[in-house]
Structure formats: C-alpha cells, structure tokens
Design a protein around this ligand. Structure first.
Ligand code: ATP
Ligand code: MG
Length: 602
C-alpha cells in the first residue's frame, strides 16, 4: 500500500478536546475523526487495527465453539417490553418510531434480541449448550461521552450469550470464556486485571470484569498485597477488623444506655468534637428508599402493608418501594451497589427529609437503631461488633451513649453493606488491600434465568419435561480495547503498536522515491508482501524528517529506510528501539518476516 494512495491525514497539532493519549494519538495519526460528540468515524489506518482486534476476538470465540450470528442493530421495542427493560433502561436507551408508529430500540446490548431468536429455534435439550455471539454496533446515549472511543455513544461490542441445561454446563462455558478472554487480551498485548465480582471468599464467582489500570478509569479496584484477590469496589468485601474498634468496652454490660443532650449537633464530625471522641465510636444510621424490592419482607418491621407489582409477565413480584435503616460504623460509608444487590432492588437512594422525619420521628441527623421499629434495620458487621456505641436518639438534639447491640437494638439483617477502602483487610487472606483505578474492557457474567424466564424460553429435557434454560452473557468493547492498546503502547513521538494489531507490519521510507531508490523500495515491498507481510510505502515527496516523524506517530513496528548512499543495503529499525542496523535486502526481508510471523503466531 502506498501512502499517497491511501488516506492518512496526520496532524502535527494536538487536538484541543483530546485529553488522553489514545484519543490524541488516534486523531493525530489520522486513524479517527469526530462526527459529533460521542460519534467517531474510523479512517483507513484506524480501521485496519480495529479489524485486527475484531479478528483476534472472532478467532478466540470460534475456538471455543461460540457461533457467530448477525442480529439487527435496530430491535423491536416489544422485546424490551417483554423483558421489562423498556421501563428500567432509562434515557441511555435510544428509542425511535418508524413510519408505522412501531417502537424500535437501537441496541445498547442484545440479551432480548438474541434470546428471542433462540426461543424460536430451541426445542430440545440436545441443542444445549448453545453459544452465540456477534460483533456489532451498539448505541448508548451516555450522559458524558468522553476520552474518544473509550466512552462513545456509538461503539462496537462483541457480545456473546450462552444457554444451558444446568449450572454445571453454564459454569463450563463461563470458565472457557474466562480463558478465551485472557487469550484475547494477551494477543492484543493488553495487561488486564481480572476482577472477581463476587463479594466474599466463599461465594462462587458469577461475574468477572477485565480491567486495565488507568488514571482516568471510572472503576475503583481493591487488590490484596498478599494474595491474588482483586475486586471492583462495588463488590469488594473485607475481613472485619476488630483491632480498629476504639471502644470494645467490657464494662458496658453494667453501663445502661443513656440519653444525653447534644444541642445543635448533627453531623458525625460535630458529634466527635462535642464528645471528644472519634467516628469509630458511632453507629451511623442512614434511611434508604429502595424501589422494586424483590427480597421477601414478610414479617419485617413496618412492611406489612407494602404494595407489590409484577414488572413483567413471568417475572417475580416486587415491592413498589420500601424504606430501610442502614447502620455502619461512623467512619465507614454505605455501598449502595451492595445494598441494592442485597435487597434485589432496581434502585436505592437516600430517603428525602420528609421520609426521614416520618420514619425516625426526629429531624434529619438523629436516626439510630435503638428503639427504631418503623422500618427494618440492616446492619453491617462493623456496626454489630460495637458493644458500647453512640447513636442518634430518635429525638431532636439528643443522642444515646453506651448503646449495646443485642441489648438495646437488633438488626433485621446483618450483611456486608460497607464501602471497602485501601488499608482494609483482604476477605480471603487477611492481607492489606490497596486501590487502583481501572477501565472495564470486558465482562463475563452468569445471568441466571432473568431473560429466559421473562421471555418464556422453553425446551424439552431427556424426560420430555418442559424446562427453562439458564443463561450467561459475555461482552468486550472493541473500540475500547483498541484505545487501551494505545494507552499502554505509546511514547512522546507516537504509538508503538504490538505486531498483532499494528495497521501495517513494516513502513518503507525511501529518502527520495526515484530511480535506484524507488526500484529498491519496490523490490523490498514486493518481497515482503509475497511473504504475507503488510507494508506501507511512504512514497510522498516530503522531506525525510517529515516522513520519519509520521512513521513514529503512526507507530508501525518495523521501519526500513532506503537511501542511495547505503544501497544495496537498507537501514532497518524497530519502532521501540533507538539503534538501527544495515542489511542487504534479502537478509532484511528474511529477518523481518521471521520476527513478524513469530509475533502474530496464535
Ligand atoms: P461502563 O461501566 O464502562 O459503562 P458497562 O458496564 O456499561 O461499562 P457492559 O454493559 O458490560 O459495560 O458492556 C460490555 C463492554 O462494552 C464494556 O466492557 C466496554 O468495553 C464496552 N463499552 C460499554 N460502554 C461503552 C461505551 N460507551 N463506549 C465504548 N465501549 C463501551
Ligand atoms: Mg455503562
């Protein structure tokens, strides 16, 4: 391929709105152009690498027996109504109407579309397990698209779905996907951190995210210094650390709970100041409102008359809304993702002031678990470990001191609902946890029966009995993977592509594309191409310095410079290395071919 015959509009200037390296370099290297906020067009050079990432993903999916299909991008709204997600996906889902006034959805993901296809084709257990995937356009109306294709509105995702007779079969595929994902990222040159999304050491993993470390990542990861434990903060658990308790007061048995006046004291900081103690002595009590709660609340305090509904036909009944008091130690925060998971709620948020007043009978700031009977109390183990605590007294300007769990209050449920932080203890080995920021590249997830039940997928088992298959879902963002490769492989001058995903393997730069130099250039390019090596010839009538800078910017692994004074030898250099070597053309061709073939070998 000749530079002058393709479209590689490199830029010298750094585009103003591109703040991360991959975004800057994709624009500067002429790989990408912005059409509108969150919408990007790949130009020929960018598309070559994009296709290589796609190809690696495709090969690894094919290798585990996952079958490629191509559903449409625009999907019937009816399917989303069947699953219930028409109501829960919110504004990130792009809905359109056609001329017949039919509701349509531009796919943000494809559980519904694929499940509907499988539903029509599945009849017997003999067809299971069934694994399918697509590499296709997705649209999500992200509130803040940013960092170029890292978080676009339109992007390409490899999404796979699997259907099984039982847990064991689902687990087999889940494990195979985990291995395939590791191979995909390795072949792309990416260093990923697989993060188990199960919360505790005992729970079998049912979700794993593949993260790349990145200062701009929206995920906080907790990793153990002593073992391999790694989890997203949304799910991270920790060992309760009783040594951090400031008050485990054995004499509290004898100290009765006592109400003390705390005028004008509302926040924990003010209370610390007032009582001259620290936040670890307090039980922090927050009132939460949860919607669409699936957890069974029969018998729970204040829950006798809650209204219920069924979000979709076939889906379990849920409570419309319910309120809870959530207790943690004063220095800890409540993890709303864990809380929502515990309650099986579609959303949880802090209750409004009026609800807090109604539930606690006191102004905001004086909630506490002792004598609270209007809502169920959910307590973190850090709170139930406190035997001599300070809490709000359900009355303006008052707190209780010497509050003892079991004697003065009892939780309705004890569960890990706290945000785990750096310095907490690993739930597996007790080692110290530390934090990193990460971006999610891929996700594998045991979905269970959510879609197969609501969408009524059935098959006949060995005994002729009608059954519902269990399902898994597995995604990778192609654009995000590509951008992450550039994040990992660049320097001040430009990109340093790993051979497997480089747009070309070799760039040949003739000092002047004329006469003997032109002839030698054409011979090298031809010999390499015959061996399956991808070559870009910079045939432009530009100064050598300009061509060298562009070659560094677009980051092609091998650079061959052809100049009159060196002929019949040429100068060969790897993008990441300073030193070049001179070689006769046949020798250069052999050596380069061997290196490329070895690097792209599966
Ligand atoms: P995030 O938390 O980053 O929004 P997600 O949890 O919404 O990701 P999934 O629904 O699991 O992502 O989608 C699978 C993959 O699709 C992600 O791992 C990511 O690589 C990619 N992806 C998701 N949203 C975007 C986006 N807006 N732009 C580019 N890639 C995306
Ligand atoms: Mg998202």
């Amino acid at each position: 391929m000749k530079f002058s015959e393709t479209l590689i509009p490199t830029l010298r200037e750094v585009p103003a709105d591109a703040v991360i390296a991959s975004h800057r370099l994709m624009l500067r290297a002429g790989m990408l152009r912005k059409l509108a906020n969150g919408l990007f067009a790949y130009l020929p050079l960018g598309l070559r690498s994009f296709r290589k990432v796609e190809r690696i993903i495709r090969e690894e999916m094919d290798a585990i027996g996952c079958l490629e299909i191509k559903p449409t991008v625009v999907t019937p709204g009816e399917l989303w109504k069947e699953s219930g997600r028409w109501d829960t996906m919110g504004e990130s889902m792009l809905r359109v109407r056609n001329r017949m006034s039919a509701d349509l959805v531009v796919s943000p993901t494809a559980e519904e579309a694929v499940t509907s296809i499988i539903r029509d084709e599945l009849s017997s257990y003999k067809q299971l397990p069934l694994l399918v995937y697509q590499i296709n356009t997705k649209y999500r109306d992200e509130i803040r698209p940013r960092y170029g294709v890292m978080r676009g509105r339109e992007f390409t995702m490899k999404d796979a779905y699997s259907y099984h007779q039982d847990d064991a079969s689902l687990d087999n595929t889940y494990q195979a996907m985990g291995v395939a994902y590791r191979r995909i990222f390795k072949r792309c040159g990416l260093t990923v951190i697989p993060v188990k999304a199960d919360s505790g050491p005992m729970g079998g993993a049912n979700s794993e995210e593949f993260m790349v470390e990145s200062t701009i990542g929206d995920n906080t990861l907790l990793l153990c210094k002593a073992c391999t434990y790694a989890a997203n903060v949304e799910k991270a658990g920790c060992e309760p650390d009783f040594s951090k308790l400031s008050q485990v007061n054995d004499s509290s048995d004898n100290m009765k709970m006592e109400k003390i006046p705390t005028p004008q004291v509302k926040t924990i900081a003010e209370l610390c100041e007032f009582l001259k103690t620290d936040a670890r002595s307090f039980i922090k009590t927050l009132i939460y409102r949860a919607v669409n709660v699936e957890l069974d609340l029969s018998g729970a305090p204040g829950c006798a008359n809650l209204k219920k509904h069924r979000p979709a036909p076939g889906a379990p009944e849920v409570y419309d809304e319910a309120f809870f008091a959530v207790c943690t130690r004063g220095d800890l925060d409540v993890n709303e993702v864990k809380l929502a998971a515990l309650l099986k709620a579609s959303d949880v948020s802090l209750a409004g002031d009026a609800d807090v007043v109604r539930i606690t009978n006191a102004p905001v700031g004086f909630a506490g678990p002792a004598r609270l009977s209007s809502v169920p109390i959910i307590a973190d183990p850090a709170a139930t470990a406190m035997t001599d605590a300070v809490t709000g007294a359900l009355e303006a300007d008052s707190h209780f001191i010497h509050v003892m769990v079991g004697r003065d209050w009892s939780p309705w449920r004890t569960a890990d609902v706290r945000v785990v932080k750096a310095g907490d203890l690993c739930p597996v080995c007790g080692g110290e946890l530390y934090e990193k920021k990460g971006t999610e590249l891929g996700h594998i997830f045991k979905l269970g029966y959510k879609y197969t039940k609501t969408m009524n997928v059935r098959y006949l088992d060995e005994n002729g009995v009608s059954q519902t298959p269990i399902m898994g879902t597995y995604g990778i963002g192609v654009d995000r993977a590509l951008a992450s490769i550039i994040e990992e492989y660049h320097d001040d001058a430009g990109i340093l592509w790993p051979m497997t995903v480089a747009p070309f393997h070799v760039i040949v730069i003739p000092i002047k594309y004329e006469d003997k130099v032109k002839a030698a250039t054409d011979i090298i390019a031809d010999k390499l191409e015959r061996r399956g090596i991808e070559v870009l010839v910079d045939d432009r009538a530009e100064r050598p310095g300009v061509k060298f800078n562009d070659a560094d910017l677009i980051g092609i692994p091998f650079r061959i410079v052809v100049g009159e004074k060196n002929l019949p030898r040429v100068e060969v250099k790897l993008r990441g290395e300073k030193e070049a070597f001179l070689a006769e053309i046949p020798d250069a061709v052999e050596r380069i071919t061997a290196v490329v073939r070895e690097a792209v070998r599966k």
